[in-house]
Design a binder for this molecule. Sequence first.
Ligand code: IPD
Ligand code: CA
Ligand code: CA
Length: 260
Amino acid sequence: MSDRYQVAKDIAIEAGALALEYQRGLSSGELMIEAKGVQDFVTEADQRTEKLIRSRLQAAFPEDGFFGEESDSDLKPEQGFWVVDPIDGTSNFMRYVDQWGISIAYVAEGQIQLGVIYDPVRQQLFHSQRGEGAYCNEQRCELNGALPADPTLILGYSRRAELNVYLNVLEYLHEAGVEHRRFGSAALGLAYVITGQTDGYYEADLNPWDCMAGLLLIEEAGGVVVSGRSMITDLKNCPVAAGIAGLQPQLNNLVKLAGG
Ligand code: IPD
Ligand code: CA
Ligand code: CA
């Protein structure tokens, strides 16, 4: 096991504990006063969690680059780099809905080398290193790929994407007989593919930090990434569709609806 893999797992757990502490502060009211408002407080939680992750990574691997949601990126050509979302599912986090998590990926040589997603509420660590399989805590997750009789997809939506595309997606899924859910954390939605809690994840416009770790998890569990790979090299938003092999035709159609 590489050093980076173990360190990323340790940091995700530490970052999850810090974010939970912030949430408790919000409940006692202390941090709300300090931060002058719930929205500011949540922003502070996001920023402080990213700061922790970044400083730990920097200390362990000073030669690595960094690309995170809440701070300036530090990237050099030919250099491996970390892609970090300190809290994915912030709107859930601020309302105590238990669907949010920490997402950390490492990219080098044009490939996602490792991905870690941590759900601090359930203490579930989803993790994967390229070529070594995908795990939820100690449990290896392997997808057999066969489409079940009642396929289910987790959807994401943000105002970055066109509402029309989302409405067309709902109509298509209805006609294709695919049930859908929307939980508000792309990272956890992708992770739930490897545990069989859903058959796929689709969102018309995602940021690299939302999904880089999740895409490797799905690939390493034996699933398919139909859209999302382009951002590994260009670091730009794009439609993301990934899931079990049996859902590939439907995922392809969903990407077409987003103009992909
Ligand atoms: C958001 C969540 C949400 C997804 C959005 C993301 P954030 O990330 O993953 O589920 O639909 O597209 O931006 O803002 O909570 O880090
Ligand atoms: Ca996010
Ligand atoms: Ca975030």
